[in-house]
Structures are given as C-alpha cells and as structure tokens.
Design a protein around this ligand. Structure first.
Ligand code: PMP
Length: 399
C-alpha cells in the first residue's frame, strides 16, 4: 500500500499522473465537462453512432424486452439468440465464415491469443507441442495483443514497427515453429497502417498465421468500411481479424472473425468467453442497428474522410509533425511529456478536448496530442480546432 502511495506522489511530481476529466454529457462531437461544452477531438466514436437515434431506439427496445444484462456467461445460461444474431451480422459484414463476440476488444485479445496458440490438454483430445510455438508481434501493436501474448505459453518475438525485413529475419530463423504474426490494422497511437499485403506474403512464405487487430479500422477504412483487409484488397487472406464494437460501431464488445471450425473451437477454449458474462443484450441490439447504418449510409464514412483530410491538411500546413498518420488518428507529436501536458492544457482552455498521451500508452519521450476526428464534426468546428492548435503551437514553440 505504502509503495502505491509513494508511487502516486512521485508520478504526480514528474507529470506521469494526471487528473482525469469528469464528463457529464456527451452530445458528440461535443462533451460537457465541469458544466462547460468542449469540442471533442479525441473520441473513437468515429461515425458518431453511439448517439444515433436508431441505435438508441434499438437498445432501448432491448432493455424493455430483456432488462440490462444476461447475468451469465454464454457457456452457461447467457446465450441469448440476439448475441448469435450479432455474430452472424458481424460475419456477414466482414465477409467472413464466422465470428465470435467478447465483452470487450481487450478481453478478446487476452483470450484468443492463448486459445489459438496453446495446446488443449483435455479428455484425450489432440495436443500440440507448446515449445514449438512462436508469436511475432509488431513493436507498436496494441497492449491487449501484448497482454494476450504474455498469457500464452508461446515464445514471443517483436519486430521493429512495420519493418518487413526484420519480420522476415525472425520468420527465417524459426522455420520449424508454429507461428502467428500479430499486428494492428490501423495503429492506435500513430494512425498509420500495417503493410498487410507484405505481411500476408511473408506469412504464406514461412507458413505463419496472421491475426490483425482492426479495432480502429472497422467501419472506417475500405470502400464499405470492412477494414484494412478490404482497403488492401486482401480479404479472405488474413487468418483471423479481430475488432471492437466500441469505436466506429458506438457500443461495447470485441469480436474475432475466422474459419468456422476454428471459431467454434474457440467457444470452448477461450477463457474470458467461458468464465465471464456476455455483452448485455441492449448492446447487441444497438450494435445490430449500427451495423445496418454502416452498410446503408456510406455518406457517414464520406463525411469522416472529408473531415480527416480537412484536419490533416490544416495541421500539416501549419507545420505540425503527425508522424506517419494516414487515418482518422492523428498524433500531434511533441515528445517531451511536460510540454505535451502544457499543450493539452492550452487547447482545453480554448474549449478543445484532446488529452495528452504519455507513457505507458506510448514510449517515454514520445508524448503527443492524439487527435481523432469523427464523421459528425462540421467544417466550422474543424476550423475552430485548427485555430486553437495554431495558437497552442505558437505558444509552446513547436510551429
Ligand atoms: N485493440 C486496439 C488497437 C485498441 O485501440 C483497443 C482500445 N483502445 C482495443 C484493442 C481494446 O478494445 P476495447 O476498448 O473494446 O476493449
């Protein structure tokens, strides 16, 4: 206990602990914090669907019908048919043979990685030699993929971010192992894309599986919003695509798509699926409505990309460093933690809510303001934010 208290005081002193904002209302793209309206430029609610009238209506009807929770794991008595409907709708949307849902994207990743990789010592079923397993992950992949790898008994290696030579070097040296490559589709703190076609051809060459975390890409990228495999025209070539229901789809939950038999096996092999309650039925209902909107209203995605281009061009035009961002996630790179905290504070005082991102979300010394635009920002709101960024950039001397 004393250690935690000392740690708290020390972290606060050097700027690694910050008060979290208390948000009372969320009229996206605005948020109400301490009674004042802010323009939010940090949300993952990329299509604004969490507050879409049709999504809310579907969720409310489900509350009327089922109440607010299943109070059980799917495996015992929580397998409501609406959850199966959601899995079918996700598989249909992603053009995948099958899908399985989890309580969150994080839960999905910490469950599926050991479940895919490790042997199942059960009732005389077939086993594999765990010593011959290797997980190879991108240096910048999401922490949930890293934690999932830690929970597996597989060996783990990390390749330099998006460095295909390094990935190949690792694959070459470990020819005889059962291997899986892990990458984000859109990287969550940098906003750049994984080179999926290259990863897939290396995986084919060296007989490795590929799992792509498309949390930020689902509903956002690809002509139909099906994510990075659609964007790169490699649909059907990625073994497993994982995603979340909590970003462009506006709700809560995680999912995995993949081959039917493998997905069915994961239902009895993935620990968080078996031993944790299912997502609540109103989430399933709301997300079913959200998926329908994603399919039927491509103009939402067009608005998002109009906004991405507007904001990105504005920031780049002023001389900000956005790293290699190509998407709705735009890191305004600052580096120094204290300077970055100051930048976020200046923006906040100007009515723009964009927290500074520091370790452990990014490496030490790589602090940034992680901005994201959403489909429902208006061009005027984006101009207002750009003006605030200009003033902030001048004030702290980075442009
Ligand atoms: N993967 C990535 C790339 C993420 O950015 C996140 C959440 N920020 C997750 C997984 C976890 O998703 P969830 O919020 O649904 O737990």
């Amino acid at each position: 206990m004393e250690y935690l208290i000392n740690l708290y005081n020390a972290a606060k002193k050097i700027g690694f602990y910050d008060e979290i904002r208390h948000i009372t209302d969320v009229p996206y793209p605005e948020m109400v914090i301490d009674g004042k309206r802010f323009l939010c430029f940090c949300s993952n609610n990329y299509l604004g669907l969490s507050i879409h009238p049709e999504v809310k209506k579907a969720a409310m009807q489900a509350v009327e019908r089922y109440g607010i929770g299943t109070c059980e794991s799917r495996w015992i008595a929580g397998n409501l048919v609406i959850l199966e409907d959601l899995e079918a709708a996700i598989a249909d949307f992603k053009l995948a043979p099958a899908s399985i849902i989890f309580l969150s994207g994080f839960m999905a990743n910490i469950g599926i990685i050991p479940a895919i990789m490790d042997s199942f010592e059960h009732f005389g079923l077939p086993t594999i030699n765990n010593e011959n397993n290797l997980i190879i992950k991108d240096y910048l992949c999401h922490i949930s993929l890293i934690e999932g790898s830690r929970l597996s008994v597989s060996n783990t290696k990390t390749y330099k971010h998006n460095d295909m030579n390094h990935l190949e070097m690792i694959l070459k040296r470990t020819k005889d192992k059962r291997k899986m490559i892990l990458t984000d589709g859109i990287f969550s703190m940098d906003g750049d894309l994984a080179p999926l076609p290259e990863i897939i051809s290396l995986a084919e060459k060296y007989n490795a599986m590929v799992l792509v975390d498309d949390a930020h890409a689902t509903g956002v990228i690809g002509k139909n919003g099906r994510g990075t495999p659609e964007h790169f025209n490699v649909e059907g070539k990625v073994d497993f695509v994982m995603g979340t229901l909590s970003k462009a789809l506006g709700g809560l939950g995680g999912f995995l798509t993949g081959p039917k038999e493998a997905i069915e096996m994961l239902r009895i092999k993935t620990v968080p699926y078996i031993f944790s309650s299912s997502i609540p039925p109103e989430q399933a209902a709301g997300i079913l409505a959200a998926l329908k909107i994603v399919k039927e209203q491509p103009e939402l995605r067009d608005n998002l990309w109009r906004n991405i281009n507007h904001f990105r061009e504005g920031l780049l035009g002023m001389g900000f460093n956005l790293l290699n961002s190509e998407t709705q996630i735009m890191p305004v790179f600052i580096g120094d933690e204290k300077k970055c905290a100051k930048a976020a504070k200046i923006l906040y005082e100007k009515g723009i809510f964009t927290p500074h991102i520091i370790w452990p979300a990014v490496p030490i010394g790589k602090a940034r303001i992680r901005c994201s635009v959403i489909a429902t920002h208006t061009p005027l709101q984006i101009d207002r934010a750009l003006e605030a960024f200009r003033e902030m950039g001048k004030e702290i001397g980075i442009i």
